[in-house]
Design a protein around this ligand. Structure first.
Ligand SMILES: NC(=O)c1ccc[n+]([C@@H]2O[C@H](COP(=O)([O-])OP(=O)(O)OC[C@H]3O[C@@H](n4cnc5c(N)ncnc54)[C@H](O)[C@@H]3O)[C@@H](O)[C@H]2O)c1
Length: 315
């Protein structure tokens, strides 16, 4: 049992799933978000409304913490000046505060978009080099490097979770490989917290999908055993999904639509355009049928930079 865990981004779609399991792992869970407090708190949980881009605030809230689970940030692409504060400066604040207070570890919500330009068929392992697809992915790369620096120079452990598509159910054809179920997210975070020693570790946040495009073997020591598999939805999704176009870079890069969106513009919008069950929790077979192959819209195709043409991507 830990003494204190700080959870940032506690009101977010992922952070709110972590409050209950984390509250069971420590005497005090300090949940933090810039948004208003949740309606009810768990036993042992306290909430503070705070901005994690402010160093003095972060330094204060991390006082006495064993670990920080850092999930606050913007979960989409934005212009550089809008995203660097919440998605990178906040990370400096968290790791530096963890160091100054002697916290053992930071568990960090990184992203597939740190390696989003990697080819889907490359069989990428955890040693795949950083290839960000957006400023958002660049912030994840910088934060992972910050995490490594704080381990190698200052002895603060980190587990960077390269989360793919975390939704209640897989929402589109890409998610047959990239889905992370809510239950598996919770299992992954519990392992990132309760593993005795981690040093600096990265792990892909995906479920036990038959079509997973990445390998997690180097992080096997965490003992993360995903239980859910997007394949259970494959027949329904593939029946309703738009016909895939292999010449579309968004189909052939780990980052999906983020790999083709112009810098600074939303990648989530491109992902939503491919969703079969558009509402969270809506099963694919309940979704309205998609347009036929002839009317296949290519997300952001009208904005595709010329250097991302098929010829330019072929090398
Ligand atoms: N949802 C996914 O599938 C996914 C995939 C990869 C990575 N991630 C990462 O996981 C983390 C959480 O994602 P999410 O989907 O829950 O996003 P979300 O937008 O639902 O939650 C983010 C939370 O952070 C809070 N926040 C933003 N700026 C803040 C600030 N300056 N100070 C304090 N709190 C602030 C927001 O109020 C929000 O509650 C993000 O870092 C995101 O990049 C998510």
């Amino acid at each position: 049992m830990l003494t204190k865990i700080v959870l940032t981004g506690a009101c977010g779609s992922l952070g709110s799933l972590l409050r209950d399991p984390l509250s069971r792992m420590c005497d005090e869970l300090l949940s933090v978000d810039i948004a208003d407090a949740p309606a009810e708190l768990h036993e042992g949980e306290h909430f503070e409304k705070a901005d994690v881009t402010d160093f003095d605030t972060v330094l204060r809230i991390v006082t006495g913490a064993d670990m920080v689970v850092h999930f606050a940030g913007i979960a989409d692409e934005r212009p550089f000046d809008q995203i660097i504060g919440p998605n990178f400066l906040s990370c400096y604040n968290v790791w530096e505060a963890a160091y100054r207070h002697g916290a053992r570890r930071v568990v960090y919500a990184s992203s597939v978009h740190a390696v989003g330009m990697t080819e889907t068929n490359a069989g990428a392992g955890l040693d795949a080099p950083h290839r960000p697809d957006t400023f958002y992915g660049l912030m994840k790369c910088m934060s992972e490097d910050l995490a490594r620096l704080y381990w190698e120079k200052r002895g603060v452990e980190s587990v960077c979770l390269r989360i793919f598509s975390c939704t209640a159910e897989p929402q589109n054809a890409r998610a047959l490989g990239t889905w992370l179920s809510h239950g598996d997210l919770q299992r992954l975070v519990v392992r990132a917290v309760d593993t005795p020693t981690t040093g600096f570790t990265r792990v892909y946040g995906i479920s036990n999908n038959d079509r997973a495009p990445v390998r997690n073997d180097a992080a096997a020591f965490l003992g993360y055993k995903p239980r859910d598999n997007a394949e259970d939805w494959a027949a329904a999704i593939l029946a309703a999904a738009l016909a895939p176009d292999p010449s579309d870079p968004a189909q052939m890069r780990l980052g999906g639509p983020f790999a083709t969106v112009p810098l600074g513009e939303s990648g989530v919008a491109g992902i939503k355009a491919t969703n079969v069950g558009r509402d969270e929790g809506q099963r694919p077979e309940e979704a309205a049928p998609g347009p036929g192959p002839d009317s296949t819209p290519k997300p952001n195709a009208d904005k595709l930079p010329s250097f991302l043409s098929r010829k330019g991507m072929g090398g």
